[in-house]
Design a protein around this ligand. Structure first.
Ligand code: AMP
Ligand code: ZN
Length: 668
């Protein structure tokens, strides 16, 4: 088959599966099959850069770096919504609307008000062209590269649909589960958690590296489709059409023909919104007929044909009985408020996170205070203030602990950091146990058969004191343990054995170096290729790596400066763990660049620096770090330093733009 046709068919099929999976929640092939197809496409596209398409499903993984987001005018202004807080407000709005239209029976569409970041997405000729934030309503920031990575946003509209040129408007949201997972990952590496899903969603849109955005479980919920098509006569029809075009339009929306039904919708969701997987802050009621919408028009700020009804935030007050402190895997201390049980948003609340010492001080939270708790975007509720009128007379300000509650070591708090830490890396039980648990966890070594309970059991029975000890465990040692059958013991030993095949980047993540999460581990593994090179890297060298800042760099230096860590690493090497990257990742596909050396510098539009370097390697070229008389080519992106440029010109080195490079690669 013709390569071009093959590529097109793969893209089409992947787009369809993507739609089934993300917009309809109904997958028709397994994840594995999907990944295989994607891989197949990736390989073909790499071999044939001439068929590059920024709307290919492979581009979902991101990798484009945007330094400055361009300001773009909206074709049609994005208005605000009038807010209402009571049924009376809504009734008044209905009367106003009916009076000005001179009509008594109107249809309304009731929708949920999704709480995220608003977005306008333009499609031209069925392809995603541009995505712009709301901004001030007249103009916003163009965040296309980041929006392209969101799986519920179709990159290409199915061919058999009529609409080709249109705009959709919607809300980029972060579902609770994904938000919670992102926070757990942060806590794992000792970082402070994100405050709420809404801010995290809108912050994500403004990240420079779209590869980071691609890893965030963002979704796009559509509430409006703007076309010139005269066939669409109602808002409800346009929602249905948007669904057909491949967008995720929440199914909760209802078409109703009287105001009582609107109130039923409001009442129902006022209670059941807590069962939704994402945050909502109200209901939006819209006049269904687009003709009437036009009749009604806009005020200076908002459409007259729609109104938002805001839910009341649920809040409760209760007694704070005691503040306790938890020690995490990286030694981070988290203060916890232990509360008198109270009903809040349908659940019983007994604990709330206090985050850190600053938070306690800022809100002046004390034991025996009556506090207000609110359920925001997080599963764990938060304390938003103190009822000072009820504060006991003998109350004293909270004095934050100075020593670790588990091992009594004096706590430290680094300049500019929110969290206190217990520095007793090797002697603090929750840290040692937590580190082992992290090492065996799914995203790290993924050792079958050992859960957190078993690992605690092994640790308490002094069978393992570090993760390296896992590799010396025997079935005989395991059998005497509580509830350990022969089969599970065999399972564990097998699981440990199999973990020796886990790739270097995950081993590196598993080591539990503070601030080295999954993404950072991947970057480090790709850059240094093996643990020895990483251990030998200087601070100056580390901060030059993509995305490695000073804080991460000094944490890495500190980790490898510890003799105990080096010993453990040496043992892991002896046991046969992957402490270097597998070479198969950089398969040679041609010898086009044989004997040529390249310097890649600056920021590119279609590829990340690492992708360009990979292309060079796969075509037998050599990547070098700095310009010298031996350099043959410089692939120069935007923002390449003027000093570098000058040097290159002086040495007479050929400078290639991103396009030149692709041309060169294709034509030789
Ligand atoms: P406000 O921010 O109060 O001016 O409300 C207007 C914003 O609500 C819009 O810009 C949208 O981003 C957001 N919104 C969320 N859900 C909906 C919906 N179902 N219909 C219209 N706007 C919505
Ligand atoms: Zn401790």
């Amino acid at each position: 088959m013709d390569v071009k046709v093959q590529i097109e068919e793969l893209r089409k099929s992947l787009n369809e599966h993507n739609y089934n999976y993300y917009a309809l929640d109904a997958a028709t092939i397994s994840d594995k099959e999907f990944d295989l197809k994607l891989k197949e496409l990736q390989i073909l596209e790499e071999k044939h850069p001439e068929y590059f398409d920024q709307n290919s499903p492979t581009q979902r993984v991101g990798g484009v770096v945007t330094k400055n987001f361009a300001t773009t005018a909206h074709e049609k202004r994005i208005y605000s919504l009038d807010n209402s807080y009571s049924k009376e407000d809504v009734l008044e709005w209905q009367k106003r609307v009916q009076k000005s239209l001179g009509i008594d029976d109107l249809e309304f569409v009731c929708e949920l008000k999704y709480d995220g970041a608003s977005i306008s997405i333009i499609y031209e000729d069925g392809k995603l062209k541009r995505a712009v934030t709301r901004g001030d309503g007249y103009k916003g920031d163009e965040v296309t590269n980041n929006v392209r990575t969101i799986k519920t946003v179709p990159l290409q509209i199915p061919e058999n649909t009529a609409a080709k040129n249109f705009e959709v408007r919607g809300e980029i949201i972060l579902p609770f589960a994904g938000f919670e997972k992102m926070n757990n990952d942060l806590i794992e590496i000792g970082e402070t958690r994100y405050a709420n899903p809404r801010n995290t969603a809108s912050g994500s849109l403004k990240l420079q590296d779209s590869a980071v955005v691609a890893q965030r479980p963002l979704e796009c919920l559509i509430y409006s489709l703007v076309t010139d098509s005269s066939e669409i006569k109602t808002h409800f029809e346009s929602l249905n059409l948007a669904r057909k075009l491949g967008f995720k339009v929440p199914a909760e929306s209802r078409l109703v023909n009287n105001i009582e039904a609107v109130f039923e919708f409001i009442e129902y969701w006022n209670i059941h919104r807590h069962d939704l997987p994402y945050e909502t802050d109200g209901v939006v009621i819209k006049v269904n007929s687009t003709y009437y919408q036009e009749e009604l028009g806009f005020t200076a700020k908002s459409p007259r044909w729609a109104i938002a009804y805001k839910f009341e935030t649920e809040r409760a007050s209760t007694l704070l009985k005691e503040i306790t402190y938890q020690v995490g895997r990286t030694g981070a201390i988290t203060p916890v408020a232990n509360l008198e049980a109270v009903q809040l948003a349908g659940t019983v609340v007994r604990r709330a996170s206090l985050h850190n010492a600053d938070q306690i001080e800022r809100l002046d939270i004390r034991e025996n205070d009556t506090v207000f708790v609110e359920k925001g975007g997080e599963i764990i509720p938060k304390i938003i203030g103190v009822d000072l009128a009820l504060r006991p007379e003998n109350s004293e300000p909270t004095i934050y602990i100075t020593n670790c509650p588990e091992c009594q070591t004096l706590l430290v708090r680094k300049e500019g950091e929110a969290q206190h830490y217990c520095p007793n890396f090797y002697g603090c039980p929750p840290q040692v146990a937590g580190r082992i648990q992290h090492f065996i966890s799914r995203k790290a070594m993924d050792i079958d058969g050992i859960g957190s309970e078993t690992s605690t059991l092994l640790y308490q029975n002094h069978l393992i004191e570090s993760y390296a000890d896992l590799y010396e465990l025997t079935v005989e040692q395991l059998l005497p343990l509580e509830r350990m059958a022969q089969k599970s013991a065999d399972n564990i030993i097998n699981g440990i054995e199999n973990s020796k095949k886990v790739p270097f980047e995950r081993v590196l993540f598993g080591l539990g170096i503070r601030y080295v999460g999954e993404t950072v581990a991947k970057k480090l593994a790709n850059h240094y290729k093996n643990s020895d090179a990483l251990a030998a890297a200087s601070f100056e060298d580390l901060v030059l790596v993509d995305e490695i800042g000073e804080r991460i760099a000094s944490s890495i230096i500190q980790f490898f400066a510890n003799a105990e860590n080096i010993k453990i690493l040496e043992r892991l090497k002896v046991y046969g763990l992957q402490l270097q990257i597998e070479e198969s990742g950089s398969k040679i596909i041609s010898d086009k660049f044989l004997g040529k050396s390249f310097v890649v510098s600056g920021v590119f539009t279609n590829f990340s620096r690492d992708e360009l370097k990979l292309l060079i390697e796969r075509n037998s070229g050599k990547n070098v770090g700095s310009i010298s008389s031996k350099t043959d080519f410089i692939v120069a992106g935007e923002n390449m330093g003027p000093a570098k440029l000058e040097k290159a010109v002086k040495l007479g080195i050929t400078i290639l733009s991103e396009e030149d490079f692709m041309k060169f690669l294709n034509e030789g």
